[in-house]
Design a protein around this ligand. Structure first.
Ligand code: 5GP
Ligand code: ZN
Length: 112
């Protein structure tokens, strides 16, 4: 846990979040400022700053991806597909430095 990390505070229940998925190691919750009808964030409960740090732990990485794909299979609006985004570092648009994957869907996604 990182003391001043926003998403660690969500994991600890110190800040509320609309949870959509929870396991021992992974949490999925709605983004507070959604960019699509479905916009959720998936995180490992263990703190890492960004995707390059998380990638050192193949088990955590695999847990995270299998959790979000498992979640997606339960949502009819995601049956035909969805988009995953990982922002890395300030130049990549990362604003919360606890590794997270954006899952966006529920509408036709266009190019970026
Ligand atoms: P990033 O820009 O780091 O890739 O994404 C951070 C995301 O976290 C943003 O989409 C932002 O809307 C979301 N976010 C920021 N603060 C909170 C919060 O307190 N609760 C939730 N649920 N999402 C947040
Ligand atoms: Zn954290």
């Amino acid at each position: 846990m990182s003391k001043n990390c926003l998403f660690c505070k969500i994991v600890k229940g110190e800040i509320p979040a609309a949870k959509v998925f929870e396991s021992e190691t992974v949490l999925g919750f709605k983004d507070i400022n959604p960019s699509a009808p479905i916009h959720v964030l998936f995180i490992s409960k263990t703190h890492t700053n960004d995707i390059s740090e998380l990638s050192i732990d193949p088990t955590a990485l695999s847990d995270l991806f299998s959790s979000l794909t498992e979640y997606a299979t339960t949502i009819p609006e995601l049956k035909d597909g969805y988009r995953l985004i990982i922002n890395k570092g300030p130049r990549g648009g990362q604003s919360v430095f606890h590794t997270h994957i954006h899952l966006l869907g529920g509408k036709q996604m266009q190019g970026f």
